[in-house]
Design a binder for this molecule. Sequence first.
Ligand code: FO1
Length: 308
Amino acid sequence: MKVTALAGGVGAARFLEGLIQAVPQDDVTVISNTGDDEEFFGLHVSPDIDIVIYTLAGAIDREKGWGLHGETYTALSALARFGYDTWFNLGDADMATHAHRTQMLRAGAALSDATRSIAAAFGLRITMLPVTDDRMRTLVDTDAGTLAFQEYFVKRRTADDVRAVRFEGADAARPAPGVLSAIAAADAVIIAPSNPVVSIGPLLAVAGVRDALRETRAPVAAISPIVGGRTIKGPADRMMAALGMRPDAAGIAAAYAGFLDVLVIDEQDAALASDVAATGVRPVIAQTVMRGPDEKRALAETVLRAVQ
Ligand code: FO1
């Protein structure tokens, strides 16, 4: 069974850990958000791609959910000596990933080539695709002005009130090679439990992706990242409310209306099932909070059963 997943960062990576227990890696394609990408010290950093690769390779810092396990920060401290801002915590070994990616890009390779190289070097057999090889940046309009995503998320710790979210460059961005065909040729498409605005939103903003989701013969399922009215991690609930969306499972269903067939919602949100159904999406109730490997695998199996 060929499965294509649309993914953001930490929440998606945790779900994908379960998915690769249930489906052989060779049958899994992950389409990653690149709106969070940023350049630091001349290095191209692709946080969501790296979070998924490090997690699936068992190399992630599990406590933080990003960065490498056992990481050191000697280079970053040394950079501070030259007066650089060091609020984005790039570890020493993590920097090697960004140096390799940047080196490939400078030599004329596409981001998808660099991503394939990094995934292979970490021993993965899944197909990892950035949604686009073109530059796209998530910008957050806040009461304090327009912020690049990492500035909003890491530097200012999501403290600013959000007025709008934009994807600079998305209009001109073309899907990376393999993205549209992975959606068209899949037996199932799964939208990981990620922020619908800033993690999945950039994917949907790239020309052709939304149409591919509408047109694919594969069932499209999502897992709600909002449980009991709150996000497991990150600002999705506050962000959705600020943008006039319902900050709950029914709001997730509405965000994906038009292409979503099934939404897996948590047992705690069983009362929202009829509101989800009213958007034309079939609700499936399951335990979606994943603590260990068994729960991750069980959730993946539930989603796969729901689309079979
Ligand atoms: N998240 C943080 O909260 N603080 C950091 O200093 C930080 C550094 C970092 C470095 C490399 C990387 O790949 C990810 C990093 N993240 C950090 C995570 C990242 O900002 C976000 O989780 C994603 O962009 C949202 O999915």
